[in-house]
Write a protein that binds this ligand. Structure first.
Ligand code: BYC
Length: 314
């Protein structure tokens, strides 16, 4: 068929199939735009809410060096949130609306950040496991079909790699430390393993968005494919650390050259996604408070900008 005979939607799919990047001013189906705004804004919210569990440990980091590293990491997450809000704005989403949706509880953010950080080992586990999961999910997003999202992901992934190394290094230090330190590392792994597997989303069969997002090359792998890659990558690392993955069903499967593993507690996953996680209310309240307490800063910035533009300096 000649290009002229293709509908706009078919031409769009042809470009996607040829791996041509879609840019903000290109024509796109409304559903593609909506899906991207949904995913990118949820991703941005996750980065911002994701600062809270780790922020909890900045004042209690065990040394000045650890404190400086953690502080830098939490600041990186803020930067990731800002690139992602900017990427979503290129699709016509307003930042105020995205934030209002987060604050009203309408918009989702990653389930993982609704769990508490109870010990210093949780900082290691978040870096090692949670950022490890984030990298597996986000490296393919550097090749996502929408240009501004893909480009934001390149920088995010570089920073995530540093985060993962620092997490692994904390876990290694604890695992090679006193029996109490090793136990602290194991206990953190026990609490974070299953919630981390939930980060990849529902099983493919229960994921309403995966099929279309794969067709549009927004997602390059399905939720289950990434979850499998994660388990295959992490089990040898846990073994290296001398830690035990808390899954009795975990077995190497020679035929598939990957691990078989137990079933995630999906009832817990959906409960957390619906806003009933152990820290869900606390996390949301912290973001609403930050927004309200920052009102004077926004007002001052706007007044300053108005004054400058009245003077002709923009
Ligand atoms: N938590 O059809 P599905 C980070 C929702 S940042 C909550 O499979 P999709 C980090 C999903 O939104 C981590 N909700 O959806 C930051 C959908 O609901 P709606 C965030 C979840 O979009 C700081 C419904 O369930 N990463 O790692 O095709 C420090 C059905 O799911 C979750 C990203 O956002 C969940 N875990 O696939 C450290 C990456 N899973 O919207 C680390 C970009 C699913 O239809 N996002 N839902 O009402 C993605 O790759 C995809 O959006 C997902 C879900 C794989 C997360």
């Amino acid at each position: 068929m000649e290009t002229a005979e293709l509908t706009q939607e078919e031409q769009f799919q042809t470009r996607i199939d040829a791996d041509v990047r879609i840019e903000p001013k290109d024509w796109m189906p409304e559903a593609y735009r909506k899906t991207l705004i949904r995913q990118i804004s949820q991703h941005a919210h996750s980065e911002i809410v994701g600062m809270l569990p780790e922020g909890n440990w900045i004042t209690r980091a065990p040394s000045l060096k650890r404190k400086a590293i953690l502080l830098a990491k939490v600041q990186d997450e803020a930067g990731h949130g800002l690139y992602l809000y900017s990427a979503a704005e290129t699709l016509g989403a307003s930042r105020d609306q995205m934030l209002a949706d987060l604050h009203s509880g309408k918009a989702k953010y990653s389930s993982i950040f609704n769990y508490p950080t109870l010990s210093w080992a949780d900082m290691g586990t978040i870096g090692w496991l949670v950022d490890g999961a984030a990298i597996l999910n986000q490296v393919p997003l550097c090749r996502t079909s929408y240009g501004p999202y893909a480009r934001a992901m390149v920088r995010v992934c570089k920073e995530e790699s540093f985060h993962q190394r620092q997490g692994f290094e904390i876990m290694q230090t604890l695992s090679e430390g006193t029996p109490e330190q090793k136990q602290m590392a194991q206990e953190a792994l026990n609490r974070w393993w299953w919630p981390t597997l939930m980060m990849f989303g529902p099983k493919d069969a229960d994921s309403p968005n995966t099929e279309q997002s794969m067709k549009w090359r927004i997602k390059r792998f399905t939720n289950d494919e990434l979850r499998q890659k994660f388990v295959d990558m992490m089990v040898p690392q846990a073994e290296f650390l001398g830690l035990t993955v808390p899954d009795e069903k975990l077995r190497w499967n020679e035929a598939k050259q990957g691990y078989d593993f137990g079933e995630v507690d999906w009832a817990e996953f959906w409960d957390v996604v619906k806003g009933n996680g152990p820290c869900s209310r606390e996390r949301l309240q912290a973001r609403v408070d930050a927004w309200n307490e920052g009102e004077w800063v926004r007002e001052a910035a706007l007044a300053h900008a108005a004054k400058r533009s009245a003077r002709g300096k923009v």
